[in-house]
Design a protein around this ligand. Structure first.
Ligand code: CUK
Ligand code: CUA
Length: 641
């Protein structure tokens, strides 16, 4: 399909054959050896562009990475929850507030699940939402600037895992706690967990124009673990589904593994009903302390405010709003097909998948056919809601995505494979090994009403022999399968950054044309911006010195600064006067123990330096910006206090 030379192809073929020789210790018997047609499918020639964007979570790196499909080329790492010296995110004065929390400055997190905003259940490419699992937070990243614009902390939660999934018009981004905790937090015996701890499921309203987030309400559920969630769509729009485990409410999960409840639950939440209840004054306003951090694109400034209150809802107080669907063997994944009819529960200790029917669920609720209750929440009868069981033949099912032809693709961690099966008939169509032990998988749009089912990306937990060894730790490995035919075909391996738990993808044309190229200087409302190099100045306010600095190829203004004393706090406010695409300037000061900063065209960013020693100290631009980049430098004279 694309142009390539015969030599390139035969070389690729050779490399692939040799790569296979290294596979001696894997769990699979075959290495998935590829042929040259696979090379053709992933080869994006120099100067050509990819068909899809893929956004992979970085797990404990705290960040999000952007790749192209099918090439597997990494384009960018977007800092979200972690400080990032490459751009100065979390180091510059403007971005430090983004990492503020009720626990103070937390410059790290564990990022699991990206989800792209939707309109009418289809990807609209405006924002991507991601969760911080460790210190519960949800972030919104702009898909025009590829920058983190907002982070909201989630109170009453811990291990923010069943997050951050959105409803089909991005009305809400939803966050569910993995750990139940005392609500409100207090000093109490851990042994009194049962019936005292609560699991908060948070519905965060997304303002439609700018995407600003605000917690509308939290449903305080029984003290289970809430693992994953997905929205209803189509007919089931208005509902949200959460998988749970530890319905025993044990404070140590060793017990749970010993005395396994045969079935845990998928919780079905009618959020529209609860929203109505809250709009009519229902729920309890509870004191809560949580940070809300917003980055403003015109001032280029992040600000952090502490919120003081959250609305909580007791689910037993809202009639017909919350139900439990019995689901075998500690369900992990909880996925909803593009029609919204099927809710798939993957019991991670099971071989089979349980598929619940949304229509049957409604009928059972209508007929009040319950099988008892748990903490006042009705439990539906397993047989009444069951649509079917997929006899997968695999072990350890985790997650399911969908194509546009009525097929589902489920990952199996223990048997290390992707299994393709048919919605409605539940029959297995194909299975392909993964290398090795796959967690999530992603089909662009595969978590929406309109999937683009050309490729599936498997994100594997164990890499072992897939790449040249790099010491005891290998980067995680993703694999691309062509799913355009009846059988899946493994066509590429690529290393990822951090641990990709999940990913979201979309067609390139949805984002490429509206990706921002520059910030307009005439729209720069940063309080310390300078409009032109001749406005540059140095202003002392007591011990604080503000340097209003301009950068343009290839000069800093001012570049010789005197009058600074040991003990001063020097704020370098750097405005990049370029109005050209892709010409950032950097700034770094000798001995600076924070980070360099990178300033985009039209932007102002601030770096703080506290000189400890007298002398004449240089600074320079860190980004090779022109032939005279090495001339882009300056000196600061530091005198005794
Ligand atoms: S996940 Cu977070 S433990 Cu299956 Cu979404 Cu990897
Ligand atoms: Cu500016 Cu190098």
């Amino acid at each position: 399909m694309k142009k390539y030379s015969y030599h390139v192809l035969s070389l690729l073929g050779l490399l692939l054959v040799f790569a296979g020789c290294g596979n001696q210790q894997g769990q699979g018997s075959s290495n998935g050896a590829l042929n040259s047609s696979a090379a053709e499918k992933v080869y994006v020639a120099p100067g050509q562009q990819d068909e899809f964007y893929a956004f992979l979570s970085g797990g404990y790196s705290g960040n999000l990475t952007v790749y192209g499909l099918p090439s597997g080329r990494m384009f960018k790492e977007i800092p979200v929850f972690s400080q990032f010296p490459t751009s100065g995110y979390g180091y510059s004065e403007e971005t430090k507030p983004m990492l503020n929390t009720s626990h103070g400055f937390v410059p790290w997190d564990d990022l699991h699940h990206p989800d792209i905003s939707q309109t009418n259940g289809e990807l609209d490419g405006r924002w991507i939402f991601v969760n911080g699992n460790n210190t519960p937070r949800i972030a919104r990243v702009s898909l025009s600037t590829f920058e983190t614009e907002e982070i909201i902390e989630i109170p009453n939660s811990a291990g923010n895992h069943s997050s951050s999934f959105i409803t089909e018009n991005t009305e809400y981004v939803v966050a569910g706690t993995r750990f139940s905790v005392p609500v409100p937090q207090r000093d109490m015996p851990i042994a009194e967990y049962k019936s005292n701890f609560k699991g908060a499921l948070s519905f965060i309203e997304v303002e439609p124009e700018h995407g600003h987030m605000d917690i509308k309400f939290q449903v305080l559920m029984p003290g289970f673990n809430y693992d994953l969630s997905h929205p209803g769509r189509g007919d089931s729009h208005g509902w949200f589904f959460f998988s749970t485990y530890n319905s025993e409410e044990a404070s140590t999960l060793l017990e749970v593994n010993a005395s396994q409840n045969d079935k845990d639950f998928i919780a079905a939440i009618n959020w529209k009903k609860i929203e109505e209840y809250v709009n009519n004054g229902g729920g309890t306003k509870m004191p809560a302390n949580y940070a809300h951090n917003v980055y403003d694109e015109s001032t280029h400034m992040g600000t952090s405010t502490m919120k003081k209150e959250v609305v909580t809802v007791d689910p037993t107080k809202v009639p017909d709003a919350v139900f439990f669907l019995p689901t075998p063997k500690s369900p992990h994944g909880c996925d909803v097909d593009p029609s919204g009819q099927y809710i798939i529960g993957a019991g991670k200790l099971s071989a089979d998948l349980t598929v619940h029917s949304f229509d049957k669920m409604l009928a059972a609720i209508e007929g009040k056919k319950f099988d008892g209750e748990a903490y006042g929440i009705p439990i539906l009868k397993f047989e009444d809601v069951l649509a079917g069981t997929v006899k997968s033949g695999g072990l350890g099912p985790l997650h399911t995505e969908f194509d546009s032809k009525g097929n589902a693709y489920t990952t199996f961690f223990i048997s290390s494979e992707v299994v393709k099966w048919k919605l409605g008939t539940w029959e297995v169509i194909d299975r392909q090994p993964t290398f090795y032990s796959v967690g999530h998988l992603m089909i662009p749009g595969g978590n929406s009403r309109k999937p683009f089912g050309k490729y599936v990306v498997a994100m594997n937990k164990i890499t072992k022999d897939r790449y040249l060894p790099t010491g005891p730790e290998m980067e995680h490995s993703a694999q691309i399968y062509d799913i355009s035919g009846e059988k899946m075909e493994l066509i590429y391996d690529f290393p990822t950054h951090g641990e990709p738990h999940y990913a979201a993808g979309c067609p390139a044309e949805l984002l490429a044309s509206k990706s921002k190229k520059i910030y307009r200087l005439d729209e720069n409302k940063h309080p310390y911006a300078v409009t032109s190099p001749d406005q540059a100045k140095v202003v002392r306010e007591g011990k604080n010195v503000h340097v209003y600095m301009s950068t343009i190829r290839s000069h800093f203004t001012p570049d010789n600064i005197e009058g600074i004393k040991v003990g001063d706090k020097v704020y370098f406010h750097i405005t990049n006067h370029e109005q050209d695409f892709d010409v950032p300037h950097g700034f770094s000061m000798i001995g600076q123990n924070t980070s360099e900063i990178l300033v985009m065209p039209g932007q102002t960013k601030t770096s703080v330096w506290e000189p400890k020693q007298v002398g004449v100290w240089p600074f320079y631009c860190t980004d090779f910006c022109s032939a005279l980049h090495q001339e882009m430098q300056g000196y600061v004279r530091v005198s005794p206090a």
